[in-house]
Ligand binder design. Sequence first.
Ligand SMILES: Nc1ncnc2c1ncn2[C@@H]1O[C@H](COP(=O)(O)OP(=O)(O)O)[C@@H](O)[C@H]1O
Ligand SMILES: [Mg+2]
Length: 359
Amino acid sequence: MRGVVSSRRGSDAERAVRQAEERAREATAEAVRLRRALDALAPAVVVCDESGRVVLRNRQTLELGTARQAASLVGAAVDELLVRAGQGVTATRTLELLGPPPRTLVITTAPLRHDGEQVGTVAVIDDVSERRRLEAVRRDFVANVSHELRTPIGALGVLSETLSEEEDPAAVRRLASRIGAETERAGRLIADLLDLSRIEAEGSMPGEPVGIAAVLAEAAERVRHVAEGRQVIVKVAEDAAGPEVRGDRGQLVSSVVNLLDNAVKYSDAGSTVDVGARCESGWVEIRVRDQGIGIPSRDLERIFERFYRVDRARSRDTGGTGLGLSIVRHVASNHGGEVRVESHEGEGSTFTLRLPESS
Ligand SMILES: Nc1ncnc2c1ncn2[C@@H]1O[C@H](COP(=O)(O)OP(=O)(O)O)[C@@H](O)[C@H]1O
Ligand SMILES: [Mg+2]
């Protein structure tokens, strides 16, 4: 009897040990899961126990302060806010680090409660630099668009007012034609803005194989009228038959049209613009070369920015919107490629659109 009882007791104890082990395993697995989940988050996270001792920090905390000054600034701010969290206060602070690179961190701390008791504190440190930069870009963009539209619309107002008081038929015709030109300018700007926002929205795509020869031919056809008007010859290289690129035909045509349009616009009468394509170790290179005015080297970096022009007056006279090259750059990146430029003032420019060849 005794033996039976004791053996039953033994098996109870064994079961209890097994359960305890099982619980410990689960707790460990849960802690590991929690730690990995914190590592997967973008912000840096620090968790403290009720005495203020750090019990958990995710991987991102290691990257916070590579520079010593940044580390001590962030550390001091986090410590101070965690003390306040320990007193039950949720707090937020924005920290501007001078860099380089300059960064903006938002630190938020909060008390952790369980069953009405405070069991610790948590600090979340979010690097919002990129978000802030994009907000600034967007604000600038809206301001630029408003400014660019105000010019033709202001002109339209003045012209129509003058027109309403004009009686000389020749002057009326002149004013009407200027109204037409300003309307066209506003229309071009809106068309380019729509193009750009559509291309941005479409993003990168696998797309269909597109024959580059047809793209070049269509683009050349689209600028033919402008080129003839400016007495510039556009030559499409004959050997451009082969390569294909996977993507969006409309976008590709639009980008080559923009390159050709610039090449024609920034060239003098009697000069030639060459366009061709070739394959180079898995890449298709579409090249547009002109013998035009060229681009000063200090501006080369910036010409792909929206609304950036080297010579505002010349761009305006030739009907430019300043958006052409940003459209080209977007099309290139949507197709997994890039656009390059080489230019010498007074000699000419060569723009190369490099796109992965369709296999
Ligand atoms: N082929 C070129 N030759 C000389 N300058 C060019 C050429 N292409 C672009 N640029 C310069 O880059 C600027 C930006 O080009 P783009 O974005 O197409 O705007 P725009 O509407 O002014 O043509 C132009 O204003 C011009 O100053
Ligand atoms: Mg242009």
